[in-house]
Write a protein that binds this ligand. Structure first.
Ligand SMILES: Nc1nc2c(c(=O)[nH]1)N[C@H]1C(S)=C(S)[C@@H](COP(=O)(O)OP(=O)(O)OC[C@H]3O[C@@H](n4cnc5c(=O)[nH]c(N)nc54)[C@H](O)[C@@H]3O)O[C@H]1N2
Ligand SMILES: Nc1nc2c(c(=O)[nH]1)N[C@H]1C(S)=C(S)[C@@H](COP(=O)(O)OP(=O)(O)OC[C@H]3O[C@@H](n4cnc5c(=O)[nH]c(N)nc54)[C@H](O)[C@@H]3O)O[C@H]1N2
Ligand code: SF4
Ligand SMILES: [Mo]
Length: 727
């Protein structure tokens, strides 16, 4: 193909010789872009392109989506199951029967000796929904341990707890179409242009058609902050104070929607009494935002005909994560901005199928947002699966961040890790390492054999990844979308649902329950279970083919509906016992690690556009890895000058937990008392992080801890970098 004007250096794009395009939804972030993967005549994936007319992305993709076909054939993939008796010994290649027999017999041995809950299972937000449902059935109905959770505790847990506290149920009430309708958007702790580039593109498109105020709350001058009308560089961890102060101003100036509050909210008086204490001057001393700016923003938000809030990890990953989410919900409830076009509290989700695991994995309860604590829910699921209801635990067990301390204390003896890499992604890595060394048995099920956590496994199960299996994922706006299988997994790697089914057969209970063989059969089973009077999470009107035809469908879509539904709570009826939403009175308590004389810098962490998480995928794709192959930190030039630190030189960072060596990138994006490190590198930011937990969600405060900066010999640092597991 030739583009460009005649006789003027034409740009040529190599013909990839695609003979067939296969439909998929992207496997990285939760935006949920529809794309097509092009196969050549040998069936090899050679191109990716955005799917035109897709409601989410209208043919657009970000840099990760554009190169997604290059995942096929990346290095480091597991091709055969591996086994060994002791960690740190060499692995032996084995067959599936041996690996699965060993796993099942070790789980049984350990459960018989130490009790059912001594086996823990930690999963992910990156399997297909059918796989989550199958794993949930295996854990809740067959293995029967209650210590079962996912990496979503590092990610979306505060959003889930916040939605439950405010509205009585999880489930983001809004959608991307709200950008087209809103008159004001406020974003908390989200760097949308880098982490959800296509959601950002949708927002930008809406702004180009019809200008409305964009307010970004972030201690860092992110790309999003640079595009905002108002940037509030908040003191880390104090969003709740700002939110209480905004509510204070709104109530003081009578800008609230009192009719909506009276009709649809509980506990207004207690809420009012609490926010009364957060006048802008008092609040400003804690959250660092000027009192006049607080008043200005409160007026803009409350006076807008409709206003919406979005947020991501800057809110969730805090010791006040859940309170922050509830504070955002409070703001939208008192201004009448829930369930209306352009008015919503929309949590921007993280992983491609973080929503799917919330909905169907049974990690926090039972499938389809059902709860272990509700007798009716227990009976429904037990009957549907054909198990005894008393086999289910009375309430939810430990979450991921409590599972590791329970390994330390000896309560948990075996761990099964599915599609997550805690050695790199959990806070306080030195402590995680020690805990893993204590286990009697650990099995890691991952698409990549070189993922760091495998170093601590007795059994490694090689899994198929994106495009090597078929099934659905749910995105941020509740849109269920489909990945077709377009290529074979390498060697003997198998789809996760196949692995779950095979493991189930090795337990007596598992042989008594039906585990369907294909993902569309599993989907049909989920559809049946999703039906019910008053249930929002109803997918009974969907099928794999219909999802592809509509390029994704938003739940609820009930049997007989032509398509899905964009919003929840439009009728003002919430999932609480009296149908009203809860206004929550929450005081701010200072409980985080903050900088002091010995550790004078805030350590902030997050992501960059070209990488995904622990880089098991993007670290192998040259077109992505080339932008940031080396662990680095952003540092303010003024503080660098004071310390004699130079651009692109290495320094050692030290916290109370450990140290890490990083290259310095000087930038005004961070304030003088802050450094920022992308989370993507092993042996880096999480050697330093503390990860105090939010009391409701048990989510770690990844974004805030304290460090100091030390000089390091440049040669020694470069050598460390070679030794570090860099791809
Ligand atoms: N390119 C890319 N995209 C991704 C991912 C990826 O790895 N790479 N991962 C996906 C996943 S799982 C997730 S969870 C999302 C995360 O998406 P985001 O949350 O948007 O990304 P982060 O960079 O983790 O954090 C966002 C911002 O929070 C700010 N922040 C820190 N402390 C505070 C605070 O106290 N208050 C406020 N208001 N803000 C604060 C940080 O400065 C940072 O700019 O991205 C998803 N998309
Ligand atoms: N300091 C700091 N730490 C953080 C964060 C932060 O902002 N700062 N963010 C946190 C957040 S929000 C998140 S979501 C976590 C992410 O942390 P992790 O979940 O540990 O990160 P990933 O690299 O996505 O790990 C997913 C693993 O699953 C494998 N995998 C991919 N697809 C499949 C599949 O289909 N099947 C199987 N079996 N395996 C598969 C990948 O190879 C990879 O090893 O990190 C958290 N850690
Ligand atoms: S925005 Fe997210 S879903 Fe869309 S192409 Fe990029 S990584 Fe994939
Ligand atoms: Mo996440």
């Amino acid at each position: 193909m030739i583009f460009g004007r005649k006789n003027r250096k034409p740009i040529s794009i190599t013909d990839k010789k695609v003979v067939e395009w296969k439909y998929a939804v992207c496997g990285y972030c939760s935006t949920g872009c529809s794309l097509e993967v092009g196969l050549n005549s040998e069936g090899k994936p050679v191109a990716s392109r955005g799917k035109g007319n897709a409601p989410v992305n209208q043919g657009k993709l970000c840099i990760k989506g554009i190169f997604e076909h290059e995942l096929s054939g990346t290095s480091g993939r597991g091709k055969e199951p591996l086994i060994r008796n002791r960690i740190y010994e060499n692995f032996n290649v084995t067959d599936w029967d041996t690996a699965l027999d060993k796993t099942a017999s070790e789980f049984k041995r350990i459960q018989d000796k130490y009790g059912r809950d001594s086996v823990a299972i930690v999963s992910t937000g990156q399997l297909l929904t059918e796989e989550f449902y199958t794993l949930g059935k295996l854990v809740r109905g067959v293995i029967g341990t209650n210590n079962y959770d996912g990496n979503t505790t590092l990610c979306m847990a505060s959003a889930v707890s916040g939605y439950k506290r405010s509205f009585g149920s999880d489930g983001p009430p809004g959608c991307y179409a709200d950008f087209e309708e809103t008159s004001c958007l406020m974003a908390f702790g989200s760097n949308l242009p880098e982490q959800h580039p296509i959601i950002y593109w949708k927002l930008k498109e809406a702004l180009e058609k019809r200008k409305f105020p964009l307010i970004v709350v972030d201690p860092r001058v992110t790309m999003f902050a640079q595009f905002a009308d108002i940037h509030l560089p908040i003191t880390p961890g104090t969003d709740l104070v700002l939110l209480n102060a905004l509510a204070h101003v709104i109530l003081k100036e009578g800008l609230q929607k009192q009719e909506y509050i009276d009709a649809h909210c509980n506990d207004f008086e207690a809420f009012k009494a609490t926010v009364e204490k957060y006048d802008p001057v008092t609040a400003s001393r804690i959250c660092g935002i000027d009192p006049d700016t607080i008043k200005h923003v409160a007026r803009i938000y409350a006076k807008a005909p409709s206003a919406m809030s979005i947020w991501t990890m800057g809110i969730n990953q805090s010791t006040h994560g859940t309170d922050g989410v509830c504070g955002i919900n409070n703001l939208n409830l008192i201004t009448g901005n829930i369930g209306v076009a352009g008015g919503t509290s929309l949590s921007i989700t993280g992983q491609c199928n973080a929503m799917g695991t919330r909905e169907w994995s049974s990690c926090s309860g039972l499938p389809g947002y059902r709860m272990l604590e509700k007798q009716q829910h227990r009976d429904e699921v037990a009957q549907f699966w054909g198990v005894d209801e008393s086999f289910f635990p009375a309430k939810r067990g430990l979450q991921q961040t409590d599972i590791f301390p329970a390994i330390e204390s000896g309560e948990i003896k075996a761990l099964w890790i599915v599609a997550t890499n805690p050695l790199t992604s959990m806070p306080n890595q030195p402590r995680i390492k020690k805990a893993l060394e204590k286990l009697e048995f650990m099995v890691v099920q991952d698409g990549y054999q070189d993922c760091e956590t495998v170093d601590f496994a007795h059994v490694y199960l090689p899994a198929a990844v994106w495009g090597e299996k078929e099934g659905v994922q749910t995105n941020t706006e509740r849109r269920v979308n489909l990945v077709r299988k377009f290529t074979e997994p390498p060697g003997n790697a198998k789809a996760d649902y196949w692995i779950f089914n095979e493991l189930a057969k090795r337990f007596e209970r598992g042989r008594q329950i039906r585990f369907p063989e294909t993902s569309s059969e599993i989907f049909d089973e989920m559809k049946l279970l999703s039906k019910g009077e008053g249930r929002n999470l109803d997918i009974s009107g969907m099928s794999h083919d219909l999802i592809e035809a509509q390029r994704g469908i938003q739940w609820p879509m009930r049997e007989g509906d032509e398509t899905g539904n964009p919003r929840l709570y439009s009728d003002g009826v919430f999932a609480t016992p009296n149908g009203k939403a809860n206004l929550l009175a929450m005081d701010y308590i200072e409980d985080n690690e903050v900088p002091d004389d010995s550790f004078p810098f805030w350590l902030n962490s997050g992501r960059v556009v070209e990488h995904f998480h622990t880089r098991t995928k993007t670290g192998k794709i040259g077109n992505l890895n080339k932008f940031s192959p080396t662990p680095y930190m952003e540092m303010n030039p003024d503080s660098a000058r004071e310390l004699g630190v130079e651009h692109q030189k290495y320094v050692r960072l030290v916290s109370r937990r450990g140290d890490a060596v990083v290259m310095v990138q000087l930038t005004q994006r961070v304030a003088r008392n802050m450094v920022f490190i992308p989370m993507h590198y092993h042996d880096c930011v999480n050697r330093l992080s503390l990860g105090l937990l939010d009391p409701y969600s048990r989510q770690p405060a990844f974004k805030q801890c304290a460090v100091r900066i030390e000089h390091i010999d440049q040669k020694e640092a470069a050598q460390l970098n070679v030794e570090r597991r860099a791809f």
